[in-house]
Each structure stands twice: as C-alpha cells, then as structure tokens.
Write a protein that binds this ligand. Structure first.
Ligand code: PGA
Length: 254
C-alpha cells in the first residue's frame, strides 16, 4: 500500500480571525473537493484552532497544531497537552520543527518525548528533521538524520504507531531556496529505507513530506521525486492560490 500524500500548511506565528477566514474561504473556493489519495491540513497557532476547525468543516481539510507539551497535565504554566489539541479537533501536531530546535532549544530527547505524547493522545505527529548548511557542507547529513531518527524511533512502535515524517533541510526553510530534486531523492530514499527496516508495512505506509521553500513554482518538480509523499509548507501556505497549486501538483504526480 502506497503512503497517502499530505499537503500540510504550517502557518507559524501568523494569522488573525479575519485573515484565517479569508485564507480558508479562498482555499475552499479554489478546491471544492479533495482527492482521497491526497489530504490537506492546516496548522494555525493554538488560539485559532477552534475557529479554523469550524471554517474547514465539511471540506475534508484536516486540522493540525504546531507544538505540544511532552506532559499530559499538571503544573506546567503555558503548556498545551496533546489531549487538549485532540479535543478541539486536531488530527496532526508538528514536532521537532527546526525553528523550535533553534529558538526554543528543543533537543532530540525532548522531541522524542513530544512525539510519544502526541501518539498517546491519538494525534499523528509530523516529525521534522533535517541538516544545517554547515552539516551538509561537511558531509554530516546522514549522521545528523540518523541521530534525529534514532532518538524518535526509540519511542515509536512501528507495528502500530502512525506518524508522518517531514524532511526539512534547515538551510531551505524560509530562504526561498529549496533543496534540489536530486538532494530530495537521496534523503527521501534514505528515510524510506530506514522506515522499511523498522517494519516493511510501516515503511510503505508512512508519508515522507518535503519542506523548505516549496512553492507554486517548484511544487511540480518536487512532487515528481520518488518517495515524496507531500509537502510541509510555510510561507506559501498563507496564500490560497499558491497552496492550492501545490496541492494540485501533488495530485497530478504519479
Ligand atoms: P517555508 O517553511 O515553506 O516557508 O520554507 C517550511 C516550514 O518551516 O515548515
């Protein structure tokens, strides 16, 4: 069974009640029906999850959050638990995004705990991983990816857990320079082999997304790469027309 494809919008620290509404209405107007082989999800900041959950009702678009606590509940001021995200309608939660690794100092061990917390809450973690420019230039890409993978997979049961992986080279995020199709093919092939080695069925069904300056102009060439099962989209997910162009590119690939 081939992995389902997903186009997931990571809105980051952006949005407002009115711009969220305009964006979702814009997407729905351009895309009256989703293809069952290609899902779509949007990940607004926490306060807007219920609003956006209402706006997407009946569209088939899914809801995701951008972060969660590794804790289930308790005296953790400012944190948000997976069960709470689930209760307000989230299906996904992004974990291990490079901005949180850099700015919030999240390390592999914490990301692994958050991944487990998401799974235990019934959410699908979108686990992000990727190398910096320096790591790529010094030939460390595979070591870095393996370290990131091993940490998370220590706490994943490949026989039953459902996850999405997102390869996001850190130097490609928000820079306007995406990785080349060749680089993406290499890394996605490596990730697929890693997953298959854990469990053949798990490896086949787990979507591997690409993220990092994916946009309307490069979506078709990225979508055509083997083992690319979708995209995690930042800035282009805030423009309805571009987000839908990316979706259509994934739908057309195969
Ligand atoms: P970008 O962000 O598409 O703006 O590069 C991707 C991401 O951070 O997930």
């Amino acid at each position: 069974m081939a992995a389902k494809k997903w186009v997931i919008g990571n809105w980051k620290l952006q949005g407002s009640l009115s711009s969220n509404q305009a964006l979702i209405e814009g997407i729905r107007a351009r895309l009256p029906a989703l293809d069952e082989r290609v899902g779509m999800a949007v990940c607004p900041v926490f306060p807007y999850l219920p609003q956006v959950g209402g706006l997407i009702q009946g569209s088939g678009i899914e809801l995701g959050a951008q972060n969660l606590s590794e804790q289930a509940k308790g005296a953790y001021t400012g944190e948000v638990a997976g069960a709470m995200l689930k209760e307000v309608g989230a299906k996904f939660v992004i974990v291990g995004h490079s901005e949180r690794r850099s700015y919030q100092g999240e390390d592999d061990a914490l990301i692994a705990k958050k991944t487990r917390a998401a799974l235990d809450s019934g959410l699908i973690p979108v686990v992000c991983l990727g190398e910096t420019k320096e790591e790529r230039d010094s030939g460390e890409t595979w070591d870095i990816l393996l370290r990131q993978l091993n940490a998370v997979f220590d706490l994943i049961d490949a026989a039953k857990d459902e996850v999405v992986l997102a390869y996001e080279p850190r130097w490609a995020i928000g820079t306007g320079v995406s990785a080349t199709p060749e680089m993406i093919a290499d890394v996605h092939g490596f990730l697929r082999a890693y997953l298959v080695a854990k469990d053949a069925a798990f490896g086949a069904r787990t979507p591997i997304l690409y993220g990092g300056s994916m946009n309307g102009a490069n979506a078709a060439s990225i979508a055509a790469v083997k083992d690319v099962d979708g995209g995690l989209i930042g800035s282009a997910s805030l423009k309805a027309d571009e987000f839908v162009v990316i979706y259509e590119a994934l739908r057309a690939a195969d």
